[in-house]
Design a protein around this ligand. Structure first.
Ligand SMILES: [Zn+2]
Length: 625
């Protein structure tokens, strides 16, 4: 390949998604320490339980043995799916961010061993995909509509970028760059117009460009985005909408098809805007965001209404029982919203990150960190007729895209809490901890999300005037600080060490109803408190969950519990409700309904804590009496 002058590389901030320039600067995961509360607990469980489980699974699931086959160092059958390599890449990324937070020799060892194996498995021309090298060497790049070759490459690039920023073994970056250079040779300078059926490599190529300054990576990402929607992807049998190949990216007005594909694509689209300034990319992505939020988003922030194709449905098609809400879609949504927040500074994106983080995303992992949901519905009946990926959380999956994806987000959570602004610092998410940005250091004291009081104390300040921005979530009916139109309260002064500002949010529980066009939820209500969506689990009820009816106007009583067995610390919400039973038998359609009504206490638990007990029925949405 012709030598291309590398652009100067800015000093690397240790975190995912760091634009080369821009008004808002992300902070290093080392500079945002979460020391207490719910998020700290998640990070502790991730480190002590989830990541060790993930590392064991790399061997068992076939991810690592497959690469030994590709390297010619072992004999046997390829195990798993054609995208099995991506599990290892996401695991490597999780370990890199974890290493940045708290270095550990076993992490360095895992990365070094993996990088060495990948280097041995990689073809001399840079190509690397164990499935195609071992099983279908004659089909390389020949079935991009479902091959996931570039999807896997993208996860390799993200792992390598994470390793480079976190300071683990540099050989992983060498492997990644050789593969990226190969993609550039084939699909950019080589003139092949192929596009991967599963978007992901776009956002990853932009990150690799940010790290290396090598412009062809950015140009290839741009070409892949420009080429989507031109019918260049063959129909994999799932239709053109499935891979977002039905319309050019700048023309598509609504999210369609496979939810994770759409959402990773959006992250790449906004990444490209952040590096190129191409306004048409930001415009189309914001247009789809507004439509998505208004018509295709679960109350938990989850995305994907259809099991068929793990896909978005039509507008207002939001069934609670059949909601798919893949854990990976929640993660991809957080990635996208983070980039939109960096691009615009608008708090609505941080609001959606919060909703998704504490609900759709958090529910994906059990309290002990060793079982995971792939699908996150808003209702479970007692039948559990569908086994695969439904019902209860499980330790691992044949298609294990979600667990290591969850781990990489939890280990990098600090990155999403705050940004450096041109005139100060903005705090987007609240957790007990310490935030350092240049010559500013803040201490955040809070029991969020259980409590709505947040105290921010300045520990270090430059002595000149600067602005502290604190997000006031849209769910808070009132607050001690008044936000501007962008959702942030701005306090500008010459801060001195010891200065404290307090934000008090309205934690009164709320009864929430859906837009009347959401047919599946008409006549129902859900309970929220602070950023948490609640659900009603059978384990806490006096009557059958499916018979409960909420009474509008009935007080919602807040009941903190220090240690609920199986769950841990929680805040329950109780209310006087009704149990309504109808006779069963015959068709469930009647002209005259005969019902028996009994007064009961209904008890709700935060949705993210469900399924940590007996596996009984659960509902987020309850009919109103
Ligand atoms: Zn997944």
């Amino acid at each position: 390949m012709m030598a291309v002058p590398e652009q100067t590389v800015p000093e690397q901030i240790c975190g995912p998604a760091v634009p080369r320039e821009g008004a808002r600067r992300p902070l290093s995961v080392r500079d945002v320490q979460i020391t207490g509360g719910l998020l700290a607990r998640w990070q502790r469980t991730n480190r002590e339980a989830s990541i060790p489980l993930g590392l064991r699974q790399m061997e068992r699931s076939g991810a690592v043995p497959n690469l030994r086959l590709a390297a010619g160092e072992a004999e046997g059958e390829f195990k798993g799916y054609r995208f099995q390599d991506s599990d290892l890449y996401k695991q490597l990324e999780a370990v890199a961010w974890e290493h940045a937070r708290q270095p550990a020799p076993e992490y360095e060892e895992f990365v070094a061993e993996s990088a060495a194996l990948l280097a041995r498995a990689q073809r001399p021309d840079g190509y690397l995909n164990s499935h195609y090298q071992v099983v279908k060497p004659d089909k390389i790049y020949a079935e991009l509509e479902y091959s996931h070759e570039m999807y896997c490459a993208g996860h390799l690039f993200q792992a390598a970028v994470a390793g480079a920023r976190a300071g683990t073994d540099g050989r992983l970056l060498d492997v990644a760059r050789r593969f990226a250079d190969h993609l550039v040779e084939v699909f950019l300078t080589g003139g092949d117009d192929g596009v991967d059926g599963h978007a992901e490599v776009e956002t990853a190529l932009v990150e690799l460009y940010r790290l290396t300054g090598h412009r062809p990576y950015l140009e290839l990402a741009g070409k892949l985005v420009d080429n989507r929607g031109k019918g260049l992807i063959k129909d994999s049998g799932m239709g053109m909408l499935y891979a977002q190949d039905h319309l050019p990216v700048r023309e598509a007005g609504t999210a369609v098809g496979h939810a994770v594909r759409q959402l990773y694509l959006e992250a790449g689209v906004v990444d490209l805007y952040l590096e190129t300034g191409d306004e048409s990319l930001l415009e189309c992505s914001v247009r789809r965001w507004e439509d998505l939020v208004a018509t295709k988003t679960s109350i938990t922030g989850g995305h994907g209404s259809r099991h068929d194709g793990e896909a978005f449905g039509e507008r207002y098609e939001l069934p609670p029982d059949r909601a798919y809400n893949e854990s990976c879609a929640a993660i991809a949504s957080i990635h996208w919203n983070w980039r939109l927040l960096l691009a615009t500074g608008h708090g609505r994106y941080a609001d959606l990150i919060e909703r998704t983080l504490y609900n759709a995303f958090a529910a994906s992992t059990s309290a002990d960190g060793v079982r995971f949901f792939y699908v996150n519905p808003l209702q479970r009946r007692s039948d559990l007729v569908e086994d695969a990926y439904l019902g209860r959380r499980r330790e691992w999956f044949a298609c294990a895209c979600c667990p290591p994806n969850i781990m990489r987000l939890v280990s990098s959570l600090g990155h999403y809490l705050a940004t450096a602004e041109p005139d100060g610092l903005a705090v987007h998410q609240y957790a007990e901890g310490r935030i350092v940005s240049g010559d500013v250091a803040l201490r955040v004291e809070t029991d969020y999300p259980w409590d709505g009081r947040i105290a921010v104390t300045v520990e270090r300040a430059p002595g000149t005037e600067w602005a502290l921005r604190l997000r006031v979530p849209a769910w808070s009916a009132s607050s001690s600080l008044t936000p501007g139109d962008d959702g942030y309260a701005v306090i500008r002064r010459a801060w001195k060490p010891g200065d404290t500002v307090e934000l008090e949010l309205d934690m009164t529980p709320r009864l929430v109803r859906a837009h009347r066009r959401v047919d599946a939820l008409r006549g129902c209500a859900a309970v929220e408190r602070g950023p948490l969506v609640y659900c009603f689990e059978q384990a806490d009820q006096e009557a059958a969950v499916d018979d409960l009816a909420l009474v509008p106007g009935a007080p919602l009583r807040v009941t903190p519990v220090d240690d609920l067995p199986g769950v841990g610390r929680t805040v329950l919400i109780q209310t006087d409700a009704l149990a309504v039973t109808e006779p069963e038998g015959g068709l469930p359609y009647r002209t005259h309904h005969v019902a028996t009504t009994t007064g009961v206490t209904a008890t709700a638990i935060p949705y993210h804590q469900w399924d940590n007990r007996d596996g009984g029925p659960m509902r987020v949405w309850i009919p109103l009496s």
